[in-house]
Ligand binder design. Sequence first.
Ligand code: TYD
Ligand code: MG
Length: 456
Amino acid sequence: MAKTKTVYVCTQCGADSPKWQGKCPNCGEWNTYVEEIVTKEASVKKVIPGLPRDEKVRPLLLRDITAEEEERLDLQDGELNRVLGGGLVKGSLVLIGGEPGIGKSTLVLQTVLNLKKVKTLYVSGEESSRQLKLRAERLGDEDNDCYILCETNLEQIFTQAANVQPDLMIIDSVQTIFTEQIESSPGSVSQVRECSASILKYAKESGVPVLLIGHINKEGSIAGPKVLEHIVDTVLQFEGDQQYMYRILRSIKNRFGRTSELGIYEMRRDGLREVSNPSELLLTQNHDGLSGVAIAAATEGVRPFLIETQALVSSAVYGTPQRSATGFDLRRMNMLLAVLEKRAGFKLIQKDVFLNIAGGLKVNDPAIDLAVISAILSSSLDITIDPGICLAGEVGLSGEIRPVNRIEQRILEAEKLGFETIVIPHNNLKGFDASKCRIRIVQVKKVEEAFRQLFG
Ligand code: TYD
Ligand code: MG
């Protein structure tokens, strides 16, 4: 919004004053001052509607507009490419957010090092060039075209970018850079917003894609304004439990592809490794004969994978039973426990319940409910679930099993991995011809039915 201020102007001689005056000190006339609203200089420059504008920008008929496929840069990383919707779009601004230490710089540096014949400008405001060199060596520094610039002044960065003329620019991190146009310190809301807006302008005008790294604050949002997420084209979130080696790259917003796409990495001593078949990785443990383990047929984005849910139910030592969940929403687990109590008549009040999703993954798919509730019951009864069975289904408050999306992908993935039986919600097959499948499909309406299948 334009900032406005009022002045009082003498209608006789044109002198102005910030306050109203009875007699003009300039021309000596009485009662000539009137109030006037003036807009500040900055907003005067703005284009006034109705005035002739730059001829280049004209409205076009939608049918005359040709939409070519966006030109994309192949990042040589299957997971990253897929999460971005098939590579990095030229001239786009991508924000990679994540907690400090999760591996954002590692991911980006590693990607850059793998790129051949792509001139990259890596701007680091956090680490020295020596630190970056050491990291690059650790990641297997190869022959590549990567320029390192340790600079936090945005104007300087653009000057250097004009010299280098990169094909790809990295800014690590948005919270450390500042523009001279604004007084406030780096990392402040206005700095972050102004800097990203300038970077967006640079990306759009030059066609150079920019990867912007941003830290996440304790509340889980990208530090700085929410506005930042509106400015950029794509927001990716890098997350994972630091104790575990798996890292997940999620797309939260994408102007050039679908969101809810997921990339999985494994953090190793020599960098991140793409996990292209998550199921095999999440099911490696041999758990024959163990109670409290159930396999869920989950999906993230378009990719189905099977994941192990583990539960431990034991007698509560203290008055208040403990409830703890890793990788699963604790409130949702409490709700499932209430369903178990009410529908299946199991007394869990005096029990401690611990729940764990394999690999420390956080799965948002509601279809893992059925596996969670089955694992809890399995541990409580100390009866093993047949390792050849997997489950998919959302559990409702009255114990009904509700349909889930992408059921055929789940079934096919389970079949591919050699499962013999999959338990799915009733009426979920809608048009999918399951007769060709070798896997046995069991449809259930209520949790009780599912339990009968599993525990006899
Ligand atoms: P980093 O990329 O610096 O995190 P961010 O930029 O998100 O703050 O990652 C730091 C962590 O990653 C650090 O704890 C060490 C670990 N790491 C590895 O395990 N293997 C590696 O090859 C590298 C480079 C880092
Ligand atoms: Mg970093």
